[in-house]
Design a protein around this ligand. Structure first.
Ligand SMILES: Cc1ncc(C[n+]2csc(CCOP(=O)(O)OP(=O)(O)O)c2C)c(N)n1
Length: 385
């Protein structure tokens, strides 16, 4: 049994809650896409869940009304820091209603990265003293649940979590994402990169970029790719770690070798993931790492249904430049992209950045790796042994 997302919107409107902030999740997609069309509520997409909770804290102080913070359970960990050190009712007592997409729920088959959080979500909530309830597919109950959550937050000055099972809403897809469009898309860019960077290790970000890279490579499995299936936003840090690790290994040899001929480690990032952990750019930009950071900018969180990212309003290349990347390129077509890669490969002086504009859209048969994440990791690590 499902519930229409409008029932949840109406339930929220029966409470004074009007400010909504969060990070998208595919479980919540039908609700989020409806929210975009309703101007009675002020909905904001944050770059990460820690930020979303901070915004909710400020909104509560200004309005004395708890905000609604939505997120996927993979992002719950990011809220522990602000909750446990600031918002908790034993510290500043700044409440908010949490709406959590429950990926990895035990009765559904889900991707391996959701296994732990799927099982531990309630333990984590309990550790933080966050009372919670799994929403049931019944409009009247949902209305009562939101009213209860709102009142609880105000009276106890602590958060209340409403958990959304992946089957609560009917399955819905964003059909606009596959509208035919001119120019580069994820598939065409990945094929060019696989062709031009055959000997490079690649670290690809969470979601469809990793899934599609796997799909393209699976015929000739090379072990060249590390798929960052979880830890959204961490792909560039993982690549930095690889480069730093390789350099430290090289310098420990009895006769240190300079990795002058070394190929860069390549990061395949999404704009949403890039924005989620932008602080990493400073660490990378101020390092000497031979890293080629490529951002596939489709202006949205395509993997969770296409909710917009702030990349539509900010200049990612200027950010990389300001953070100290040694070379920065922008590519909007195949010619620019090929030129940018060829320039970037000419020297190995520090981190380089390519901002590629792509339009959304999937290949028709987008599967998921058949190997376990551990098997893929071990195959990738063989490159460095
Ligand atoms: C901490 C965390 N929050 C939210 C998610 C859910 N999530 C998975 S992929 C994704 C969107 C990624 O967007 P982007 O990096 O732009 O790549 P695209 O999907 O557009 O290829 C989101 C929000 C997650 N996996 N982890």
């Amino acid at each position: 049994m499902h519930i229409e997302p409008s029932a949840v919107v109406e339930a929220i409107l029966k409470t004074p809650i009007r400010n909504i902030v969060g990070v998208p999740d595919s479980t919540l997609y039908p609700f989020l896409s409806l929210l975009e069309k309703r101007d009675e509520m002020k909905a904001l997409i944050a770059t990460n869940e820690c930020e979303a909770v901070g915004i909710a804290a400020g909104q509560f102080m200004a309005t004395q009304v708890p905000s609604l913070v939505y997120l996927q359970n993979s992002g719950l960990g990011k809220t522990i820091h602000p909750i446990a050190t600031l918002l908790h009712n034993e510290i500043c007592a700044l409440p908010f209603v949490l709406m959590i997409g429950w990926r990895g729920a035990p009765d559904i088959s889900d991707e391996p990265q959701h296994k732990i959080m799927g099982k531990k979500i309630f333990e984590l909530l309990n550790v933080l003293n966050i009372e919670h309830k799994v929403l049931e597919p019944n409009a009247e109950n949902i209305e009562a649940d939101f009213k209860y959550a709102y009142r609880f937050c105000l009276e106890k000055r602590q958060p209340f979590a409403l958990v959304v099972h992946p089957r609560l809403f009917p399955k819905e897809k964003n059909k606009d994402l596959n509208a035919p469009m001119e120019g580069l898309n994820r598939t065409s860019v990945l094929k060019i990169l696989v062709e031009l960077l055959p000997h490079c290790s690649m670290v690809s970000t969470t979601g469809k970029i990793s899934r599609e890279l796997y799909e393209i490579r699976k015929e000739k499995f090379s072990g060249a790719d590390f798929f960052t299936v979880g830890a959204m936003g961490d792909a560039s840090s993982i690549a930095l770690g690889i480069e730093l690790g390789l350099n430290s290994k090289a310098s420990q040899r009895s006769k240190p070798i300079m990795r002058l001929d070394a190929k860069p480690t390549v990061v395949l990032d999404g704009d949403g993931a890039f924005l989620m952990q932008m602080g990493s750019l400073v660490t990378i930009g101020t390092s000497e790492a031979n890293l080629l950071h490529i951002v596939f900018d489709n202006g949205c969180h395509e993997s969770t249904g296409g909710q917009p990212t702030a990349a539509r309003k900010v200049n990612l290349s200027k950010i990389a430049e300001a953070c100290g990347y040694s070379q920065v390129y922008q590519a909007e077509d195949e010619k620019n992209l090929r030129e940018a890669i060829s320039q970037a490969l000419k020297t190995n002086s520090g981190p380089k950045f390519i901002h590629v504009k792509v339009h959304p859209g999937d290949i028709k048969t987008l599967g998921r790796p058949v190997e376990t994440p551990r098997e893929n990791t071990d195959a990738f690590m063989k490159r460095f042994v």
